[in-house]
Ligand binder design. Sequence first.
Ligand code: NAP
Length: 324
Amino acid sequence: MKAIQVCVFGAPDVMRLAELADPEPAAGQVLVRVEAAGVNPVDTYIRSGAYARKPPLPYTPGMDGAGVVERVGPGVTRRRAGERVYIAGSLSGTYAQRALCLESQVHPLPDLVSFAQGAAVFVPYATAYRALHHCARAVPGEAVLVHGASGGVGLAAVQLARAAGLTVLGTAGTDEGLALVTREGAHHALDHRSPDFPERLLERTAGRGPDVILEMLANVNLARDLELIAPRGRIVVIGSRGPIQIDPRAAMSKDATLIGMSLLNATAEELASVHSALVAGLENGTLRPIVRAELALAAAPAAHELVLQPGARGKIVLTPWGES
Ligand code: NAP
């Protein structure tokens, strides 16, 4: 099978298209024919060698994907050959024509959801769900600021929060991003690059600020988030690309809570619960993953450049069997 292989950590072009042997599913494992693989910012951190958890070399990148179950190993009871699935982590990497997964890493993909959309489910939606519900414990009627709403996690958070009965404020840095955030369910879309962003946010929350902030770029925004959060509000740090100085007194004066969150810390029980919710949302149409671009597997280096550029508009996916 064709697969991307990384033999040394470094710049995007360390990802090379290789011919590898097809994996064989052992007991409890499932082999998936990958029709689309999702590209996440974390894939770029791992590939560069900068991420705390490094895979042994050589490795095939990718945690997200969707396709069809090709074969199941002995003892697998919940999945069967021919079933459409989305992949939530794998043993062999998803930037490949086939991926070997544990049975617990594959979940049914409803017919109304395309493979490209299925490749945009796991990391974005599980992260957004865990941040909104498990960490912030958002309650219907509260106001949530999705700070960075035009990307993979942000659009997932907008759809989840809207379906849960929250007042949703979402930010983007381009006109296209703002239109998309509105279309996907935000009651208010705000430009995070605009100098009057804090005033606009306070205007739209009757001067209180949001009860919950889901923060995609904490190293830029956290100090100001602490000024803007409502009394007893919760700020969940989802993304941060460096240090920042904050005034703890701002949190103190409001009984505000600052919560760090990594999807990798979710327990098996938490993940099982999250996937039940996500499959239900995909089935009933409240969750509609947004795909911005579909690129061939060989274009993985370009996809890693693109995913870190400003102007997000949903997910980038790789199509291992296609030429586009
Ligand atoms: P993405 O698709 O690249 O989206 C990035 C988002 O950040 C876009 O909406 C972008 O908007 C926005 N942004 C840019 N500048 C901003 C600013 N100054 N203030 C607020 N938002 C700003 O990335 P993603 O997949 O959604 O992931 C978002 C972050 O979360 C990344 O850092 C990622 O590594 C992290 N993450 C963490 C976990 C976890 O477990 N903690 C899981 C998944 C992702 P514009 O491009 O429109 O400006």
